[in-house]
Write a protein that binds this ligand. Structure first.
Ligand code: ADP
Length: 244
């Protein structure tokens, strides 16, 4: 959207017709990259992200290997056709940052100590971007790691939340922000948890929110996370039951 809209929320509806606590239509597809040890595609509305896992495999060059655990690396990128405006090819600061926070979100969750001197490579590629791509990628990465059979303390599940304005300029907290809400909204938060351990593994905020707004958004996101968590478990059960 080129010009700032007069409102992102009016008559109790967001621009795409959602309520404040609605997430976009979510879909999960497993095994989308047959050559990888594990892979999955996760879709939230028009945001589509594929994650693929290679490893654990012997680390080359060997001097980069960790003696007591696996090194978990993540590489996030957006295909040039994933956005409407022209995207600069290659990794910029944003891609480097998202790769770093993605790897960090999984380092406390994966039993890295079971695979010393190896590397686990996590690739996260955005095929279509309509905001919340890092969190969609985290959900896909969680599924790809589990599908690869890599032991984890918990799956990782995320949902974004943000603050959007009505025609009077009053802010309202909403979950799963899309592109206009990310671009023009008053704040947005990327939030991911490991439900089985209770840990928050990713939390990043742009913009301003009061503590009350933050708590409200987090509560709404937590409810959606419970649903996405169940969907992740179902996708994995279906996969392993089919391939029995
Ligand atoms: P996230 O995708 O995790 O919300 P950002 O807040 O950095 O991360 O990006 C928000 C959205 O802005 C992206 O999902 C994408 O739709 C858009 N975007 C980001 N970088 C670019 C880019 N280089 N060109 C065009 N659109 C972009």
């Amino acid at each position: 959207m080129e010009t700032k809209p007069k409102y992102l929320y009016k008559n109790s509806k967001r621009l795409d017709g959602r309520n404040l606590d609605d997430y976009r239509k979510m879909k999960i597809k497993m095994d989308v990259v047959p050559n990888a040890q594990g892979s999955a595609e996760v879709i939230f509305g028009k945001t589509k992200v594929t994650a693929a896992v290679h490893g654990p495999r012997v680390m080359h060059p060997r001097r980069l290997a960790l003696p007591d655990k696996a090194l978990l690396r993540a590489k996030y990128d957006m295909f040039s056709f994933s956005v409407e405006d022209r995207k600069r090819p290659g990794p910029g600061r944003r891609e480097i940052e998202i790769s770093k926070v993605t790897a960090e979100a999984f380092r406390s969750v994966v039993f890295l100590e079971k695979f010393p001197r190896t590397v686990i490579d996590l690739f996260v590629s955005v095929t279509q971007a309509d905001a919340s791509t890092r969190i969609t990628g985290i959900n896909a990465a969680s599924l790809a790691l589990a599908a690869a059979g890599i032991p984890m303390r918990s799956l990782v599940v995320g949902v974004t939340f943000g603050k959007i304005y009505d025609e009077k300029g009053v802010g309202h907290v909403a979950i799963d922000v899309d592109k206009p809400e990310d671009q023009w909204g008053m704040a947005d938060v990327a939030y991911a948890r490991a439900p089985a351990t209770g840990d928050v593994v990713l939390l990043q905020m742009d913009g301003d929110m009061t503590k009350e707004e933050f708590d409200k958004g987090k509560k709404m996101a937590d409810k959606a996370i419970d649903v996405v968590y169940k969907a992740q478990i179902k996708a994995l059960k279906d996969k392993f039951e089919v391939s029995k």
